[in-house]
Design a protein around this ligand. Structure first.
Ligand code: PCA
Length: 213
């Protein structure tokens, strides 16, 4: 049986829930075609999160990897195009670390692209009615850290991997007037659709979708 590794994060920044882990654990054990989803919860800790990711890759030898993370302020399922080799934290991680302008992996390239078919995933999600977009930055906190490490570990592998940021849950957003959110059930369904496309589509779509500043 093939394995899809789906990771989420523990809560951080004073929150008591992280929707990324709620989604991952809701999908744990489910089948996508002939592959079974295995969910792992990563600590929101520089270094520690990457160690957990590396262990999961080693142990599970997945055929596909999608890492999920919470992005307060975003209104859509956000497929990340780029991971950059920099840790620059505005808040402390869950171990009290706050790196400034440090490499995620010393000597590694400046950046990696997602190896997921992000245009095909965005198109499929849009057609299925989910709010979705392609993001050009996963930030410089623990999500980007894990995303960069993941892409580095799998750089010579045919295994597709990438990162999706997801909005806050309605109960989290209620604390901030006007803050965007998405229902857990919608996000769970959207991630299932995204995994199905990532597993089964061939070469990525060529459709415009960039941004103009
Ligand atoms: N979001 C944070 C780290 C963990 C999470 O879910 C981020 O975007 O870096």
């Amino acid at each position: 049986m093939k394995t899809i590794l789906l990771t989420g994060f523990e809560p951080f920044g004073g929150e008591c829930i992280n929707p990324s882990w709620e989604i991952a654990r809701a999908l744990d054990g489910q089948l996508i075609g002939d592959a079974r989803i295995v969910a792992k919860c990563l600590p929101c800790v520089f270094g520690g999160a990457l160690t957990s990711m590396r262990e999961a890759l080693h142990q599970l030898k997945p055929c596909l990897v999608l890492a999920l993370g919470q992005a307060g302020g975003r209104a859509e399922l956000s497929l990340e195009r780029v991971a950059v080799n920099i840790d620059d934290a505005r808040i402390s991680d869950n171990a009290g670390h706050k790196p400034i302008d440090e490499a995620v992996i010393e000597g590694a390239p400046v950046a990696y692209f997602s190896s997921l078919p992000i245009k095909a995933m965005a198109a499929g999600l849009r057609e299925a009615g989910f709010p979705v977009g392609i993001s050009q930055t996963a930030g410089t906190f623990v999500c980007n850290h894990v995303y960069f490490g993941l892409q580095h570990y799998l750089r010579d592998s045919p295994v597709r991997s990438g990162f999706m940021h997801i909005p806050l849950l309605p109960e989290q957003a209620a604390k901030f007037p006007g803050q965007a959110s998405m229902a857990l059930a919608t996000m769970v369904d959207g991630v299932r659709v995204a995994l199905n496309i990532a597993l089964h589509s061939g070469a990525d779509l060529r459709e415009s979708g960039g941004t103009i500043c």
